[in-house]
Design a protein around this ligand. Structure first.
Ligand code: 2AM
Ligand code: CA
Length: 268
């Protein structure tokens, strides 16, 4: 078993240096390509950042495994051992179009259990971090335990796409919730939205399809402050599989499920 304090020191150092490189890249020409469709973007900076982490992890922790969005890590069959789940840039569309609202996301799991979580808002130089059992922080400020909130007083992160005709969820399901809450927000980076749930800036965040690197770190952060993270139909997330994600303050999670999400069916 690793010395988590030691791992934590390395991650924080590497994440800041990687962030520095990303900020410097704003001055140079990006090489932008598409992956599965014309809105699924990847740049040379995504790829170089993932390789930056992998090189260092392999040298420093040769017995750890890596799952990275850009595919430079390992091909994992199970959750045994220590696994780094890395999204070098979460919110690539924002990175390309806005040069803000994106994050580096790293979740470190041991035998399937979340041990360390990091979400680095590169442009604001704000690092959200948590170590299981040792609290969650934004930089040096400890994040408070999340408190219950009434649905009508809550702000929920949700993309407008899910209340239009789409192939994952019946467009009628989320309309009543969107109408009843105080407000909705959509930031375009799942990791940042989960960091906002952990820090109480929004009360919940839901989306129909994320990959493990989008939610691995956020799950650790939110659970460390007493929030709940499941799939939209209330199931535990598998950290090696794509899934819908429903993350909320305690109490709000149960109330939204009971009032709006009973018996929903999702298309995978
Ligand atoms: P990315 O920028 O790392 O690809 C945007 O709504 C959020 O969802 C971002 O966090 C984005 O991560 C993620 N995302 C976009 N398309 C996705 C897909 N097809 N599967 C899983 N996650 C996706
Ligand atoms: Ca990404």
């Amino acid at each position: 078993m690793s010395n988590w304090q030691e791992v934590d020191t390395y991650v924080k150092h590497w994440i800041k240096e990687a962030g520095d490189r990303i900020r410097k890249s704003f001055k140079s020409q990006l090489n932008i390509q598409t992956k599965s469709n014309r809105n699924d973007l990847v740049t040379n900076v995504d790829q170089e950042t993932e390789q930056y982490f992998i090189e260092r992890i392999r040298n420093t922790f040769p017995d750890h495994y890596i799952l990275g969005e850009e595919g430079f890590g390992d091909d994992l069959k199970d959750t045994e051992g220590t696994i780094w789940i890395i999204d070098p840039i979460d919110g690539t569309m924002n990175f390309v179009h806005q040069q803000r609202n994106f994050a580096i996301s790293i979740g470190i799991y041991h035998d399937g259990e979340g041990m360390l979580g990091y979400i680095y808002d590169v442009v604001h130089d704000e690092l959200y971090h948590a170590r299981k059992g040792h609290g969650a922080f934004m930089d040096d400020m400890q994040l408070k335990p999340l408190e219950e909130v009434d649905i009508r007083d809550s702000i929920i992160g949700v993309n407008a796409l899910w209340v239009t005709e789409n192939n994952r969820i019946d467009r009628e399901v989320l309309g009543p919730l969107v109408r009843d809450v105080r407000g909705t927000r959509s930031y375009g980076s799942a990791a940042l939205e989960m960091a906002y749930v952990a820090s109480g800036r929004i009360d919940g965040y839901m989306t129909m399809r994320l990959a493990p690197w989008d939610f691995a770190a956020g799950k650790i952060l939110i659970e460390e402050v007493g929030g709940v993270v499941t799939s939209l139909d209330g199931k535990e997330l598998n950290i090696l599989q794509k899934s819908s994600v429903f993350s909320c303050k305690p109490g709000l999670h149960e109330n939204i499920q009971a009032s709006y999400l009973k018996g929903i069916s999702l298309n995978s």
